[in-house]
Design a protein around this ligand. Structure first.
Ligand SMILES: Cc1cc2nc3c(=O)[nH]c(=O)nc-3n(C[C@H](O)[C@H](O)[C@H](O)COP(=O)(O)O)c2cc1C
Length: 222
């Protein structure tokens, strides 16, 4: 076999197995009560550690919450905030939105809840302009690098959880109670919660959710 052909087939095998992992991962919303060994949690966090980040700043952290008391308090705060929201829904959308809101609280059943936080307040454009005047620059956009970077880390950990036989779900719905969650978890000033990621052994095997075709997703500019 020519070296080039061999490399291509090696790449292809790597691609196939990577894609298979991506295609088989599901959001898991129901968990067995079994605890997750610390070693497995560490392994998924290790995968998160290797994600790219803007300027390699790694301006994010993970809180690993296993305290039933804390997880219960978090769920109660989300329940209350969700209820307040449900009381103010547009009548024509109430039913549709209510079923969406139902998906904000299932993290309560997970043995571990990872909370991804990111540092706010660093804005590259502001940092490089005198007197932080970037906001007035034509075309200047708010910088969301820290949130984008923590999101890359979350994706890494979801894939790692999946290959280790764990289930997980990326959740931003609970952030309806962001303020209360930050107080419960004592998130320091200058940091925000990006997402909650409940992790545990799956108690369900959901079917694949549909995806748009490449034609729908891609516009080529040649
Ligand atoms: C940014 C983000 C926020 C999400 N928030 C929630 C959530 O609050 N509750 C939930 O049940 N699922 C949430 N999900 C999971 C999506 O519903 C799920 O990824 C999507 O339906 C596709 O299903 P799959 O992950 O099984 O492929 C979220 C996903 C992302 C990327």
């Amino acid at each position: 076999m020519q070296a080039e052909t061999m490399n291509t087939s090696l790449c292809s095998a790597g691609y196939d197995s990577l894609l298979e992992v991506m295609r088989r991962r599901r959001s898991i919303r129901s968990f067995r009560p079994d605890p997750v060994p610390d070693g497995l949690v560490d392994r998924i966090l290790e995968a998160a550690r290797w994600a790219p980040s803007a300027g390699n700043r790694q301006a994010h952290r993970f809180l690993v919450v296993t305290s039933r008391e804390k997880i219960g308090a978090m769920a109660q705060a989300v329940e209350a905030a969700t209820q307040r929201l449900a009381d103010h829904l547009r009548a024509d959308l109430a039913e549709q939105v209510a079923s969406y809101l139902a998906n904000f609280r299932h993290f309560v059943g997970a043995p571990v809840v990872l909370v991804a936080i990111y540092r706010t307040g660093f804005d590259l454009l502001r940092a490089v302009t005198p007197s932080g005047s970037a906001g007035e620059l034509p075309g200047a956009k708010p910088v969301v690098d820290a949130l984008a970077s923590v999101s890359a880390a979350i994706m890494n950990l979801l894939l790692a959880a999946h290959v280790l036989g764990l289930g997980a779900c990326w959740m931003t719905g609970p952030l309806v109670a962001a303020g209360e969650l930050m107080a419960i978890l004592e998130v320091p000033r200058g940091w925000e919660i990006a997402a909650l990621v409940p992790v545990g052994f799956p108690a369900e095997t959901p079917p694949a959710t549909p995806r748009r075709t490449l034609d729908q997703l891609v516009r080529r500019i040649d």
